[in-house]
Design a protein around this ligand. Structure first.
Ligand SMILES: NC(=O)c1ccc[n+]([C@@H]2O[C@H](COP(=O)([O-])OP(=O)(O)OC[C@H]3O[C@@H](n4cnc5c(N)ncnc54)[C@H](OP(=O)(O)O)[C@@H]3O)[C@@H](O)[C@H]2O)c1
Length: 383
């Protein structure tokens, strides 16, 4: 079995929204002395511009203030032409040849675990140098910050690759076998834990669920309307996020079944959809469930109270009247909004059925990075 040292520098490929926040969080890890980031391109005019990008954030505010409070000032420093975050040396690989993961010399810097946050390489079956698997030329493990997307439909996920979600199926990760680990999507990390709790509690009394994520904007969206590209299937994606609620797709229905296979074996019906809205981060899953039998709100609460007590880093049980900005900066995968829960019981053929509406909040950026940190801790054997 290959063991990973918590002191080995961590690698981060791509420093967009998720990559930048992973860099922030990794800079708080006590054992780490160095972080290696690969952008595969230069940025701005000097190292100062990278320092500025990492120092400030339009959503979370300044790096130092967000992570350490108001009094720490010199958290991002340039010394001898090198960048330091909270005293950790940041090694920046910006040669264009490093756009292909297979060419990135991770091992030269002692990197064992790499986060791929580019959103461009999601297929674990590809053996090309410019693919997710390319990272394994020079690193031991790759954590993908997205669901796998296999181009050739019908091809199985390779044996060394696995999708795991904290609080749901971390036990599927086998360190002696798995090298490519998908952390699924932010939406899956929000809805799979409560669905797992419901499946475990109700078993075949759980008839079906439908979930809708009302999701903040991401960089995949357009600021203003643009002309769709030749062959574009979803022309709503090219509409301005500043002015619209945009119906979209989500892979969460399939991903949840993948991490909770009992949904299929019990024949529980499921469906998922998504609406993109003009906020910078923080999203909500509205989960409608159908159950056989009669249950009141306090019965439902007790299921999530127990789950959150068993998984205190993953689910927060909230009895506050939250709105989305209250969730910004939350590291939980999912926040159960107990005050919102409402249900109705009906009778059919002398049998009782209850429909329940549930709300779960998540910071799609920082909450997801929280889930990545939990996964990283598991991979380095610290959990
Ligand atoms: N945002 C969210 O809420 C969220 C939540 C969970 C998961 N995710 C997933 O995380 C991934 C990243 O999302 P994001 O929101 O962070 O996207 P993003 O802000 O667009 O960041 C992606 C970054 O990757 C860089 N990149 C692309 N190809 C590269 C390459 N070959 N080598 C090095 N850097 C490269 C891009 O820079 P260039 O300009 O150089 O191309 C960009 O800075 C996606 O798969 C997304 O689905 C996002």
């Amino acid at each position: 079995m290959s063991t990973i040292s918590s002191a080995s520098p961590v690698g981060i490929n791509g420093i967009g929204r998720i990559g930048k926040l992973v860099t922030w969080v990794m800079s708080t890890k006590e054992d780490l002395k160095e972080i290696v980031i690969s952008t595969g391109r230069k940025t701005g005019k000097s190292l100062d511009d990278l320092a500025t990008y990492l120092s400030y954030d339009s959503t979370y505010g300044p790096y130092a203030r967000f992570l350490f409070g108001f009094r720490k000032e010199k958290a991002v420093e340039i010394k001898n032409d090198e960048l330091y975050l909270n005293g950790k040396r940041l090694i920046w690989l910006n040669d264009p040849k490093y756009r292909a993961p297979g060419a990135i010399p991770w091992s030269k810097y002692g990197v064992e675990v790499v986060f791929d946050t580019t959103g461009k390489m999601n297929d674990p079956t590809s053996n090309e140098e410019n693919s997710l698997r390319g990272h394994l030329n020079n690193a031991k493990k790759v954590i993908l910050t997205a669901p796998f997307k296999i181009k050739n439909k019908g091809t199985m996920v390779p044996e060394d690759s696995v999708t795991v979600v904290g609080g749901v199926n971390f036990d599927r990760y086998d360190p002696s076998v798995h090298k490519i680990i998908s952390n699924a999507s932010c939406t899956t990390n929000c809805c799979a834990p409560p669905i797992k709790a419901l499946v475990e509690h109700f078993g075949d009394r759980f008839i079906s669920y439908a979930l809708t994520t009302v999701h903040a904007a991401t960089n995949s969206q357009k600021v203003l309307d643009v002309l769709p590209k030749d062959g574009e299937k979803d022309c709503r994606k090219t509409r301005s996020i500043m002015n619209n609620i945009i119906p979209s797709t989500t892979g969460a229905a399939n991903a949840v079944i993948e991490v909770i296979p009992e949904i299929r074996s019990l024949g529980i019906g499921s469906q998922a959809s998504s609406l993109r809205v003009p906020t910078n981060t923080a999203s909500i899953v509205i989960l409608d469930i159908s159950l056989m039998g009669e249950y009141d709100n306090s019965y439902i609460h007790s299921i999530f109270r127990k789950y959150s007590e068993r998984n205190p880093e993953i689910m927060k049980f909230s009895e506050k009247q939250l709105v989305s900005s209250d969730i910004i900066g939350s590291t939980y995968s999912t926040v159960y909004d107990a005050l919102f829960t409402h249900r109705r019981t009906t009778k059919r053929d002398d049998k009782l059925y209850t429909m329940v509406d549930l709300n779960f909040w998540y910071d799609n950026e920082f909450g997801y990075v929280g889930s990545l940190e939990r996964l990283y801790n598991m991979v380095i054997g610290k959990h």
